[in-house]
Design a protein. Structure first.
Length: 301
């Protein structure tokens, strides 16, 4: 009974010592073995490992790709048009020993802070370089700018035991205090363009109207000239026909003209005319079948 009293606690203690000395490194992790705070060894391969309990401490680090979102910062391109940009980076731990020396007990949180301190100056330097305008940053050319930032940040992050895989701009915008001025300038430019367009349209409309008025005047003038020519030819033809008719039978022509004059003069049911007694106008009424002594004037058309 007394032996069991001592054996059971001893077995428990031994099991506890064995359990505390065994640790597993996942395939997504890397491990450092610390002895009294100093780095004793580095474990990169996954599997079952052993340590000296109490004396040695195990620190595990994630070996997968990490993400960092930087805080928005202001940059000033070469055209002095300030922009607010925020970026994100992808990185991973490639040297666990160097990483431990750089961040201490801070881990990934401290690594994010140190890496952001590297990225922000590089972003300002690249985006503010000579020849880099706001239009360049906002265009497809900014992919080349991101490659430059990534390359420079990778070099500076190596002492931290980190490999910067990629840096990208998430958002590029104007500062709040500049938005209203920018919108006002854009409105003024659009209004100026609209005014220019309206002026050009009015000028074109005036040219079209002037051309149309000129065409109308020319058409009316040509039509009037042709009408006068046609009327003149018609009058000449009428006079020719009258002359031929008069030459063929002067008595009938005189009679016809007198009848036409009577028809035009004596209109309505009650017509009155005042003439001298010796007027030749009614000779065909006074002397039926006879001729008037004088020619009857031709009626006015």
């Amino acid at each position: 009974m007394r032996k069991a009293t001592f054996i059971i606690p001893a077995i428990v203690i031994v099991m506890a010592i064995i359990m505390s000395s065994v640790f597993i490194v996942d395939e997504r992790q890397r491990a450092l073995v610390l002895r009294f705070g100093d780095i004793r060894s580095e474990i990169e391969e996954p599997g079952l490992n052993f340590r000296i309990p109490i004396i040695e401490q195990i620190v595990l680090y994630d070996s997968r790709i990490q993400s960092l979102d930087t805080a928005p910062i202001e940059v000033t391109p070469s055209d002095d048009r300030r922009l607010v940009v925020d970026a994100f980076a992808r990185y991973r731990i490639i040297d666990t020993r160097q990483f431990r020396l750089a961040v201490g007990n801070g881990g990934l949180r401290e690594a994010d802070r140190l890496l952001e301190d590297i990225l922000n100056p590089q972003i300002r330097a690249v985006l503010g370089a000579d020849g880099v305008t706001s239009n360049t940053i906002l265009s497809s050319d900014r992919a080349e700018l991101m490659q430059r930032i990534t390359a420079q940040a990778r070099v500076l992050a190596e002492p931290l035991g980190l490999d910067v895989l990629d840096v990208r701009l998430k958002q590029t915008a104007l500062p709040l205090q500049n938005l209203e001025a920018t919108f006002a300038r854009m409105r003024a430019e659009r209004e100026r363009e609209a005014t220019d367009e309206r002026a050009r349209g009015e000028e074109a409309a005036q040219r079209v109207r002037a051309q149309a008025d000129r065409t109308v005047v020319e058409l009316v003038s040509d039509s009037a000239r042709e009408a006068e020519i046609i009327r003149g030819e018609a009058d000449a033809e009428r006079n020719r026909i009258f002359a031929e008719a008069f030459g063929q039978d002067p008595d009938f022509f005189e009679f016809y003209r007198s009848m036409t004059a009577y028809e035009r003069a004596l209109t309505g049911e009650n017509s009155s005319m005042v003439l001298s007694p010796d007027s030749a106008f009614f000779d065909f009424f006074a002397q039926p079948g006879g001729r008037a002594p004088a020619a009857v004037p031709a009626p006015v058309e």
